[in-house]
Design a protein around this ligand. Structure first.
Ligand code: NIG
Ligand code: FE
Length: 382
């Protein structure tokens, strides 16, 4: 299949096109087959193919990689959002509401909700989504969340250590997470994650987080961390020390945190929808980029801190509120997020990579930030 008439193609391959980080080719074509990219280049030099589709001058970008979401949940917390807009701060306490609703939902009910959310993401240009458990908090409910997530993505993350369930003893709960819960969940998960946030009475401190992450790593899972969301804390240092693929939120960072990230392979995943929906100060993306840290963008789509599934909105917020250039924001939402998942087959449009593309109803990628809230992006059906 030959896609031609691409006004602007963003490849994220600096070896082609304009030589920038986005590797932009104008008046481009892409040939795909068997779910892979076979050829990329100027339309004039495109090889023959069985069929061709003319995109009429639209832009094509790598499909968005939403490397942080919590899509397995039932119910909503719109009332909590309204209270927050009226001044109530977020502390993670509302997670218990979603845990109760999610436990009460049937498999079929959750599967339907999940399918709708993944379709909503695809319709906005997202072609890979990472999905965490964390609204079950029992062995059976966490395993179920990961089983359902595994039906729609390979990027599944065990987040039994999201919060200590209401009424549970902290130590006993951590033992449950690293014992029977991990044993039940590890076969369904690629990653382990923990909400490490000493500023929240519901989340886990550095010692508890270390126990959880080391157990997950020993069980063969890759490490990710929710860190430094509500206040500066130990999340980033722990993530770097344990070789985490990503530490997510990074809203409150010390100079030492930035230095540690810069000297590591750990990606800083920024989630500007959370700051938007919790009315919080945005992380300083410029400080991270200037230090040489690899930055990713994701939605964190969840019922509490950001119920938006829109990667284009995250790009617009990153540009408007976090000082990223449109090119840096698009790179972070695609190639950067792929690095946060330690994937080299997505986030880039180059021969051999997955044919995961998004088409923009616009002449170029600048329109992603320039036209906030307008549904110009969609996954390209190949
Ligand atoms: O990434 N902060 C921790 N966990 C989620 C929010 C979960 C919720 O409030 O339901 C997050 O922001
Ligand atoms: Fe999250």
């Amino acid at each position: 299949m030959l896609f031609t008439g691409i006004g602007e193609l963003v490849t994220n391959d600096p070896a082609v096109g304009d030589g920038s980080m986005l590797g932009i080719v104008r008046d481009a074509a892409v040939v795909v087959g068997d779910g892979r990219v076979l050829w990329v280049g100027p339309a004039l030099g495109a090889p023959d193919a069985d069929s061709r589709i003319d995109l009429g001058g639209r832009a094509v970008v790598p499909g968005f990689v939403d490397c942080h979401s919590h899509l397995v949940f039932a119910g909503d917390r719109a009332a909590e959002f309204a209270a927050r807009m009226a001044g109530t701060p977020y502390d993670g306490g509302g997670i218990a509401t979603t845990v109760a609703a999610t436990r009460a939902a049937s498999d079929a009910g959750l599967r339907g909700l999940l399918a709708r959310r993944v379709a909503e993401m695809r319709a906005q240009g997202t072609t890979t989504v990472e999905i965490k458990s964390g609204y079950g908090l029992t062995v059976d409910d966490e395993r179920r969340a990961l089983r359902l997530a595994g039906e729609v993505t390979a990027e599944t993350t065990f987040l039994g250590a999201h919060v200590v369930p209401a009424g549970a003893d902290r130590d006993a709960y951590v033992r449950l997470v690293v014992g029977p819960m991990l044993a039940a969940c590890a076969p369904h998960a690629r990653w382990i994650d923990v909400f490490c946030e000493p500023a929240s009475p519901h989340a886990f401190d550095a010692d508890e987080a270390r126990v959880v992450l080391e157990a997950g790593r020993a069980a063969g899972l890759g490490v990710r961390v929710h860190g430094n969301q509500l206040a500066a804390g130990p999340g980033v240092a722990l993530a770097v020390e344990l070789g985490a693929a990503s530490v997510d939120h990074c809203t409150h960072l010390t100079g030492a945190d930035v230095e540690a990230l810069a000297g590591s392979d750990t990606v800083a995943t920024l989630l500007p929808g959370v700051e938007f929906c919790t009315r919080s100060p945005y992380p300083d993306a410029r400080r991270l980029l200037s230090a040489g840290v690899t930055v990713a963008l994701a939605t964190d789509c969840n019922p509490g801190t950001n119920c938006s599934s829109s990667m284009p909105l995250m790009i617009a917020l990153a540009v408007r509120e976090m000082g990223m250039t449109p090119a840096e924001a698009l790179w972070a939402a695609t190639a950067g997020a792929a690095r946060a998942l330690r994937r080299s087959d997505i986030g880039v449009v180059a021969p051999g990579c997955r044919a995961d593309l998004a088409v923009l109803d616009a002449p170029g990628h600048l329109h992603l930030a320039y036209r906030p809230g307008v549904p110009i992006a969609a996954a390209l059906e190949v």
